[in-house]
Design a protein around this ligand. Structure first.
Ligand SMILES: *[C@@H]1O[C@H](CO)[C@@H](O)[C@H](O)[C@H]1NC(C)=O
Ligand SMILES: *[C@@H]1O[C@H](CO)[C@@H](O)[C@H](O)[C@H]1NC(C)=O
Length: 182
């Protein structure tokens, strides 16, 4: 039977000394939940990846061009530069977040590609946001409108893939309905 899973890790439970607990944004541990979602779906439904259609919707990242020039004597960085970069960038956090995100993307796409299932995994992502657009706490109307516009452009650019995916989902649904009623 076809099921659609939407997995967003919202919170991670931290156990601190003295029996206190704190909740933390899930992105800190599972910045890219795609692989976790795949594992959960396989475990839950006891199926292998062949039966999975994965649509991964990225929340966008910034390029970081010219923001990570460490090393030449006049740009040599101290601790502060790693935490507070130009144009509100956060170089250390950006590197850690982007690194873990891209590793998950590499594992997932390689896994599907080399299993001959490349059509079962679709990633829609944008990687050329400005720092303001990529920051997660800028809720100004201007920024939100702009993000909506970028999102719509991505959908338009991936229209064919999305339509194909919808057709496959619809075919699976019809097949499972007729096998249920038959
Ligand atoms: C960002 O990249 C997309 C293609 O991936 C392109 O359509 C868009 O124009 C680019 N935006 C900017 C601001 O460069
Ligand atoms: C929020 O985003 C807008 C549009 O991208 C930008 O002009 C503005 O400087 C940003 N504000 C902050 C506080 O980053």
């Amino acid at each position: 039977m076809a099921r659609v899973y939407l997995i967003v890790p919202l919170l991670v439970l931290l156990k601190l000394p003295g029996n206190t607990t704190r909740l933390m944004h899930g992105g800190v541990a599972v910045n890219n939940p795609t692989f976790l979602a795949i594992c959960e779906a396989m475990k839950e439904k006891k199926i292998n990846a062949r039966k999975l259609l994965v649509l991964s919707l990225g929340t966008g990242s910034s390029k970081g061009t010219n923001k990570l020039e460490v090393g030449s004597p006049d740009t040599a960085w101290g601790l502060v530069n790693w935490f507070f970069g130009p144009e509100q960038s956060r170089p250390l956090t950006d590197v850690l977040m982007a690194g873990s995100n891209e590793m998950v993307e590499i594992y997932t796409s390689s896994f599907f590609q080399f299993s001959g299932l490349e059509d079962n995994y679709i990633l829609i992502q944008v990687d050329n946001l400005t720092y303001a657009e990529a920051s997660m706490d800028n809720s100004s109307k201007e920024n939100l409108d702009n993000l909506e516009k970028i999102g719509k452009e991505r959908v338009e650019a991936n229209k064919e893939k999305l339509i194909k995916l919808a057709e496959r989902l619809s075919a699976i649904r019809h097949a499972s309905r007729s096998s249920l009623s038959g």
